[in-house]
Design a protein around this ligand. Structure first.
Ligand code: DGJ
Length: 725
């Protein structure tokens, strides 16, 4: 009785108040994110989902729900505060100049403008009614791709400093009957292991406190399916990720009303930030895209967005390469490298990439225990420096690239001896090493200069360096900078320093391709990828493992940015290895002279084929056809934008008796009316295709019935070319 009377009063207040509310819609091709300013000037989220045909009906959405009461009235706040009436996980927590811990944020004004690149930027200014404390919420929306980037700019004009205890980038509020989280975990050589579970009430947190190699155990990318786990082509699913390379934290709170609140930003762990009056604190962007047509559509949107707007030179050429890491490890000299450079040409790839081990003299880099930081060529291994290798490459009509790990130092190095104060370590505690190394203190502008010059000088001193592999093998232990006075700023200042250096490098060298590597995929995120052309997904290059890993990465990152190398990992034949690597940006890390005649012939012809179809893999549209976690066969297609050509990769992922493509695999992304022919390409020398290449199929047939690539134990990897006739 008491309850129903209460509900009744609530309803009246609700309806009256509703009449004078103002909505701020963020509309993309398929979706709508609707914000509401109520009479008290609270800004809340009332809807995030498929866009309605009639925009005037958004106001009707809240009344359609009869969930339990939101006692606080701010559970769906667009940016949840703390210390006042909020009862849930906040997006922001502050201690004001007078020591008070409360914050309320009320709407002041907003502005929406079209940016040059076609995106729309909405900024909403919020202010505390009591304190001179301001937050500007920023929403950058990309119409065609249904992608939204959200961040916050925090500022105050109080009498003295304010402490930011928490400072999230974004705070989403979503309604559904149930939510399913797909998250990723990993370690070295085990990146992107996925887990899906139903979210239960309370808070589930994905975070990192590792500092540099922040994704080692867990990246910030995730999916949340609504109502039921989304499949490739069905269901509603939200993809999210923080565009940040340091510590992150994303909380998924299923609240008392059964709504999902997602709060994501820089991890506030050990990072209370002291904000001076008038200083602006800008959070990194939280990126999200929502699909009501399953995971495939979400990933295609994200990949297109990444190529067009985020990854450096995302729509430009990439270089195939031969890397010497696994071919030589640290054991090489000039003549051995020159031989490998000649092999690069023989193989037919574009570039030779010299990996770790080329530098340091007092403490030569002959293993991973010494030399990091001393970036002069090792005179014993390379008496004529790097320039002679660049020349050898040029003479052989290939390009030259080089590995570097400029953020790091081995204690056994001249750099460490000369600048012990440049190193991240606690002054009064023993050092603790990750891969025998320590991290340089990028909070310090002198260190920033050193790192910048290390990279810049490679270009200045050695002629035409055409590629950089930027590694980062260590996490941060003993987080402490001898440069900054407030250690709570350490993790944030480190990242600011890193981005400053990368920005300076890009100002000087805007085009040179750079691979983002972190002992594998320990640092893959859209914060860093603005400065890099590609990333190294994992040191695990066993092709069977890579099928699964590349599959998972592909939900969030485009093929053009995914560097895949053929190596000695795995027992599969060279064709299988090469075919798997061709699903992204192809490279090799093998001893070419040790290949059998047929294996070499295969690699050479595969590279020629790759050069013909790589534009479709890099710039076309990707369709997942058969999921390796569900079937014996993994199948992935890339179709060009006019739907006239495509390439389909098929692999056996189960070695049990009789495993193979028993059923046809349905194609996607074709034109139903068009007629196509399918041919098998990249055949191993002296073998013939098992498929009938004379048949003509309509797109309709191929998408309804499918095509059988005839995968079995004898044909474990099949690449098909599909072309309109
Ligand atoms: C880790 C990287 O992931 C490898 O590819 C290689 O570059 C080594 N570092 C070199 O030390």
């Amino acid at each position: 009785m008491i309850k129903s009377a209460f509900s009744f009063i609530f309803l009246i207040i609700y309806n009256v108040a509703f009449g004078s509310d103002t909505l701020i819609p963020i509309i993309t091709a398929q979706n709508a994110l609707i914000l509401r300013i109520d009479q008290k000037k609270n800004l809340s989220t009332i809807y995030y989902g498929k866009k309605l045909a009639n925009a005037t009906e958004y106001v009707l959405i809240p009344q359609a729900y009869r969930q339990s009461i939101d006692y606080s009235e701010v559970a769906n706040a667009a940016y949840t505060t703390s210390g006042s009436q909020n009862l849930l996980e906040p997006a922001i927590t502050v201690t004001h100049a007078d020591g008070n811990n409360s914050l309320n944020l009320r709407y002041v004004n907003h502005e929406q403008k079209k940016l040059e690149n076609g995106a729309t930027l909405l900024t909403i200014l919020l202010k505390d009614p009591v304190y001179n404390f301001y937050v500007t919420l920023c929403y950058k929306s990309y119409f065609a791709q249904d992608v939204i980037e959200q961040w916050a700019i925090i500022k105050h004009t109080e009498k003295s400093n304010v402490l930011l205890q928490k400072f999230a980038s974004a705070n989403l509020h979503i309604k559904a009957k149930s939510f399913w989280l797909t998250q990723y975990h990993g370690d070295w050589a085990k990146e992107m292991q996925s887990e899906t579970s139903k979210l239960t009430h309370g808070i589930k947190t994905l975070d990192s406190k590792l500092g540099t190699r922040a994704n080692l155990f867990q990246p910030s990318v995730f999916m949340v399916s609504l109502e039921r786990p989304a499949t490739e082509d069905e269901g509603t699913v939200l993809y999210g990720s923080l565009e940040y390379s340091g510590n992150f934290k994303t909380d998924f709170e299923l609240d008392n009303q059964n709504n999902l609140r997602i709060v994501s930003g820089i991890n506030n762990y050990a990072s209370t930030y002291t904000l001076k009056p008038d200083e602006e604190f800008t959070t990194p962007a939280f990126l999200h895209t929502l699909s009501t047509k399953g995971k495939g559509a979400a990933s295609r949107n994200l990949q297109e967005w990444a190529r067009n707007y985020k990854i450096l030179n995302g729509n430009e050429n990439r270089l195939t390469l031969l890397n010497n890491w696994e071919a030589t490890y640290f054991d090489f000299n000039e003549s051995k490298l020159k031989e490998l450079i000649r092999d690069t040409r023989k193989l037919g790839v574009d570039l030779f990439l010299l990996d770790d081990g080329w530098f340091a003299n007092k403490y030569p880099r002959n293993g991973d225990v010494a030399g990091l930081g001393d970036w002069a060529p090792n005179q014993k291994k390379l008496p004529n420096g790097i320039g002679t290798l660049v020349k050898e490459a040029t003479d052989n009509k290939v390009k030259f690239g080089i590995w570097i790990e400029p953020e790091m130092v081995n204690p056994k190095s001249e750099l460490y001896e000369q600048h012990p104060d440049w190193v991240v370590k606690q002054p009064n505690r023993p050092e603790h090493y990750f891969r025998n190394q320590l991290v340089l203190d990028l909070c310090n502008p002198q260190v920033q200069d050193f790192v910048f010059n290390t990279v810049h000088n490679l270009f200045i001193n050695n002629g035409d360096i055409a590629y950089i592999k930027w590694d980062c093998n260590s996490v941060i232990y003993n987080a402490h900078s001898s440069y900054i006075s407030n250690q709570s700023h350490f993790y944030i200042e480190y990242m600011k320093g890193l981005y400053k250096v990368l920005k300076r490098i890009r100002e000087k060298h805007p085009k040179v391709p750079m691979m983002l590597c972190s002992g594998g995929g320990g640092r893959v995120d859209y914060g860093a990828l603005q400065y890099f052309t590609e990333f190294w997904p994992s040191d695990n290059t066993d092709p069977l493992e890579r099928i699964f890993m590349q599959w998972e990465y592909s939900y969030f990152y485009p093929a053009i940015a995914t560097a895949n190398h053929v190596t000695d990992w795995g027992k599969q034949p060279i064709k299988f290895k090469t075919d798997v690597a061709m699903m992204g940006k192809l490279g090799f890390d093998i001893v070419v002279k040790d290949l059998s005649k047929s294996d070499l012939l295969y690699c050479q012809s595969a590279i020629r084929h790759y050069n013909k179809f790589k534009d479709i893999v890099w710039f076309g549209t990707q369709y997942r056809l058969s999921n390796p976690t569900e079937a014996d066969v993994a199948s992935m297609a890339y179709i060009n934008n006019t739907k006239t050509k495509g390439v389909i990769f098929n692999y056996l992922v189960n070695n049990r008796y009789g495993a193979g493509s028993i059923y046809p695999i349905r194609l996607k992304g074709l034109d139903r009316q068009k007629k196509y022919k399918i041919t098998e390409i990249c055949l191993y020398p002296e073998t013939r295709s098992a498929i009938d290449e004379e048949k003509v199929y309509t797109g309709d047939f191929l998408m309804n019935i499918g095509f059988n690539p005839m995968i079995n134990a004898q044909r474990s990897s099949v690449i098909l070319s599909i072309e309109q006739i």
